[in-house]
Design a protein around this ligand. Structure first.
Ligand SMILES: Cc1ncc(COP(=O)(O)O)c(C=O)c1O
Length: 467
């Protein structure tokens, strides 16, 4: 790289920063959120592989010009699709530094500051979620990988207890592991089972209630109906209803059966941080591992999730990497790569540390409470309209409604809302029927945005009902 290239690259960093700030101002104030399609974007970017070097300024200008029409306004105030946080500006700023500093958090020597920050933020996380303080925390890309990592620790430990070393000997010939899972578990938990050789079809499915919570009696039957190593997978925050499993009832049963209890709490675990929601998760701290996200309720930028394991030794056994060229951590120092699947990675923890400082305990509590309040108010207002049915009680920040008598009306209404662009809301199926599913998980959403969005939904539904 010539010194000119270097200076041009720095100028491109400035351009990107200026554009990013302008974008966030625009998207926060935008009345509608139209976005180009994937196909349109493919056409905008379609080009042959460059034969030689490019100029930094041109590359970044070109990226901004071509991409902006296809940037989904996920950080906007009326985005209720999936479960998406706001990529809060403070978290983004910390994340920029993570990239600019080019730190590889593969070991303590290669990234002293980032490693120390991750240690401190890990302790803060355990405190705010009120989980066992001795638990280990791995900074992963999201809850999918957090589930995988936690289940790897679970697999290691339940097999170790029957004398099998899965890290050394693999699964071939290993004692079979029974896996219990709620009927309304999130799809990504099955990814973890798939990666770990535990199979998605071999699970024992535990019956759930109308909010998707495991029935304690069904859990008891399932856990008592076999022998040998068991992993039970529960969840905090069902993706459609926001409801959590009855941990206070199932955790003692899991313990009595010698099972490892894992909790997928991608967003729902954050209810622990809000005093009025805390009760929904009573007993969750009795589990053995927890998966959660930073990029949902904590509002960090992507990629940010946490694999939290009570038995740090099992966590390390499943994940640690050693090689002669990697300096080992001294004494009790926390080796950042010992809790995640990868060696080289970016300083993911910076965004977490920054967001925990940004909000603090009271700020996060308020954020969770506000999301829940807006969700409840939106659901209540919509359910007063003829033809709109609230599908399940609203217990957290997620809710579902159906329009008219058939799936077609619901899908048409959702499509209409998306086309109108005042708010973004998606569809899902629940108990075999299509619903509109709303997730209030962004720090940008205010009560006023809730009201504007109610009006947008009603207008779309009336247009579908009376074309
Ligand atoms: C309950 C639950 N588990 C797991 C996931 C997967 O999380 P991620 O997309 O961050 O990997 C989600 C995502 O919404 C979720 O809601």
């Amino acid at each position: 790289m010539t010194s000119q290239d270097f200076e041009d690259g720095l100028a491109a960093m400035e351009t990107a920063a200026r554009q990013a700030i302008a974008y966030r101002r625009d998207v926060a104030a935008a009345e509608t959120t139209p976005v180009a399609t994937y196909r349109q974007m493919l056409a905008a970017f379609d080009a042959p592989l460059p034969e030689g070097p490019g100029a930094p300024g041109e590359i970044i200008d070109d990226l901004i010009t071509r991409a902006t029409p296809g940037v989904r306004a996920a950080t906007g105030p009326r985005f209720f699709g999936w479960v998406i946080g706001n990529s809060h500006p403070t978290g983004v700023a910390a994340d920029w530094l993570a990239s600019a500093w080019g730190q590889n958090v593969g070991n303590l020597t290669s990234a002293p500051a980032a490693s120390a920050i991750e240690t401190v933020a890990a302790n803060w996380l355990l405190e705010i979620l009120d989980l066992p303080r001795e638990a280990s925390v791995g900074y992963v890309t999201g809850a999918t990988v957090a589930n995988f990592v936690c289940l790897a620790a679970a697999r290691s430990e339940v097999l170790a207890r029957v004398g099998w070393d899965v890290e050394a000997d693999g699964l071939i010939g290993a004692p079979p592991i029974r896996v219990l899972i709620g009927a309304d578990a999130h799809a990504t938990v099955f990814s973890g089972l798939k990666y770990l050789g535990l199979g998605t079809r071999r699970v024992v499915t535990v019956e759930t209630d109308d909010l998707g919570r495991m029935l304690p009696s069904a859990f008891e039957r399932a856990i008592k109906s076999g022998e040998g190593p068991v992993i039970a997978i529960a969840q905090a925050g069902q993706i459609n209803t926001g409801a959590s499993d009855p941990f206070d009832q199932i955790a003692p049963m899991a313990k009595a059966a010698g099972a490892w209890l894992h909790v997928d709490g991608a967003f729902g675990l954050w209810a622990r941080a809000a005093p009025t929601r805390f009760d929904q998760l009573t007993g969750v701290d009795q589990a053995d591992s927890w998966a959660t996200d930073g990029h949902k309720w904590l509002q960090t930028p992507y990629d940010c999730g946490f694999a939290i394991v009570r038995d740090a030794e099992a966590h390390r056994r499943a994940m640690a990497i050693s090689a002669s060229y990697l300096p080992p951590a001294q004494g009790a120092d926390r080796e950042p790569s010992a809790y995640v699947p990868e060696l080289s990675r970016r300083a993911r923890g910076l965004g977490t540390w920054a967001m925990l400082r940004q909000y603090g305990r009271s700020g996060i509590a308020e954020l969770v409470e506000r999301g829940c309040r807006i969700a409840r108010d939106m659901a209540t207002a919509l359910s007063h309209e003829p033809g709109i049915e609230l599908v399940a009680e609203v217990v957290l920040n997620q809710f579902m409604v159906r329009f008219g008598d058939d799936d077609a009306a619901t899908l048409a209404t959702v499509e209409r809302i998306q086309t109108d662009g005042v708010a973004f809301i998606g569809a899902a199926t629940w108990r075999g029927l299509w619903v509109m599913r709303v997730s209030v998980s962004s720090a940008a959403t205010t009560e006023r945005d809730g009201e504007i969005s109610i009006a947008a939904v009603l207008s779309a539904w009336r247009a579908v009902r009376e074309p």
